[in-house]
Design a protein around this ligand. Structure first.
Ligand code: TYM
Length: 350
């Protein structure tokens, strides 16, 4: 083999790209989390160098009461494994176990401006939702998120549509760091297989599925079958399309999106065809039937995840082993980045 050939094989370009993503432990995980994020994690673990974590520091910005926090953290870890993450293939860890993130957060805070932080959509929404607790952590939330990502020099970040702006901000902070101190931090991008980032709506069509709001219109990975059926049967529909091949209203599109996730291609196609053939006075599609089918398929899809997550969640020794192993892997990578960051800034004495 020629020397050049060897060089190419050992070039950093041949290394696996780094992937990172996180979930806040602020409640039960739902189909939005699964579809927008976790489904991608599971696919990415065989191809990339993956870091996935539970963002327990971030949860303090909105949930200062920590009574439920520990259980929630264990549940998020258990649910991720139940969905197919293999802790031997990825680093699965808890944010507060990696203090290097806090130091990078500090440096990045000097490169983040009050004006841009105040303009962030998630900050404005939180100000509206919790006017009594507009804390500095809430304002600098995107800076901590950038530190989470940049500490591993991750370039692909599998997230749902709601995180797009945070990713853009992470790129700005990285660019400013590189401009001021030298090229250390690669620019991270939001990622979803298939290109478009996903946004799963709540079943009543009033907003996105969320861990802590509108629980009757959100499908949780811990939901029992009865509850899944009831929620889906109550999902918002209408009298059907006015003309053949109509554009679907967003709440109908959402049902089809969920069906695509859990039903067979044949079932999906049948309801698509019925929808496209329907018009006012000739409504071929039966939303009642669609919901019944979706409810059965969803119950079948969620059952093994719910059961496996419950088993793992009660196995504290196993969870603790996984968490320690994850923290070790994450700290090894984080301390390497921090060394480069300190060197670049000139924070390396003696
Ligand atoms: P969080 O905990 O709100 O959500 C976790 C992941 O689920 C996605 N998601 C959705 N996707 C589609 N439809 C929905 N209805 C839906 N609801 C949630 C989110 O986009 C996310 O990918 N700020 C982050 C946590 C975080 C993070 C990070 C993520 C902290 N540091 C670094 C990536 C990288 C959050 O609150 O996610």
């Amino acid at each position: 083999m020629s020397k050049d050939h060897l060089l190419i094989l050992s070039s950093p370009l041949m290394e696996k790209e780094v992937v990172l993503s996180g979930i806040r432990p602020t409640g039960f995980l739902h189909l939005g989390n699964y579809f927008g994020a976790m489904r991608n994690y599971v696919r990415m673990q065989d191809t990339y160098h993956c870091y996935f974590f539970v963002a327990n520091w971030h949860s303090l910005t909105t949930h200062p009461d920590t009574k439920e926090l520990q259980n929630s953290v264990y549940r998020v870890i258990a649910e991720n494994i139940a969905c197919g993450l293999d802790p031997d293939k990825v680093a699965l860890y808890i944010q507060s176990d990696v203090p290097e993130i806090a130091e990078l957060y500090l440096y990045l805070n000097m490169l983040a401006y009050k004006g841009e932080l105040e303009k962030t959509a998630t900050f404005k929404e939180k100000v509206r939702l919790q006017p009594e607790n507009i804390n500095a952590g809430l304002l600098t939330y995107p800076v901590l998120q950038a530190a989470d990502i940049l500490i591993h020099r991750a370039v692909k970040v599998p997230v749902g549509k709601d995180q797009e702006q945070h990713l853009e901000m992470a790129r700005h902070f990285a660019e400013r760091f590189n401009y001021r101190y030298g090229e250390v931090l690669p620019l991270p991008y939001a990622f979803n297989y298939g290109g478009e980032l996903v946004r799963i709506m709540s079943l009543d069509g009033t907003g996105k599925m969320s861990k802590s709001e509108n629980q009757l219109a959100t499908l949780y990975l811990a939901d029992e079958e009865d509850s899944i059926r009831k929620k889906i049967m109550k999902a918002k529909t209408d009298e059907g399309p006015a003309e053949p091949n109509s554009v679907k209203p967003d709440y109908i599109e959402n049902l089809f999106t969920l069906m695509k996730l859990v039903s067979t291609p044949g079932t999906l196609q049948k309801f698509e065809d019925d929808f496209n053939a329907s018009s006012a006075g000739n409504c071929v599609i039966r939303y009642g039937n669609l919901k019944k089918q979706l409810a059965e398929d969803m119950a079948r899809f969620i059952r093994p995840i719910r059961e496996k997550a419950a088993d793992i969640q009660h196995n504290r020794p196993l969870l603790q082993k996984i968490i320690h192993q994850g923290a070790d892997k994450a700290r090894a990578s984080a301390s390497e980045t921090l060394k480069l960051v300190r060197q670049a800034i000139g924070m390396n004495y003696g």
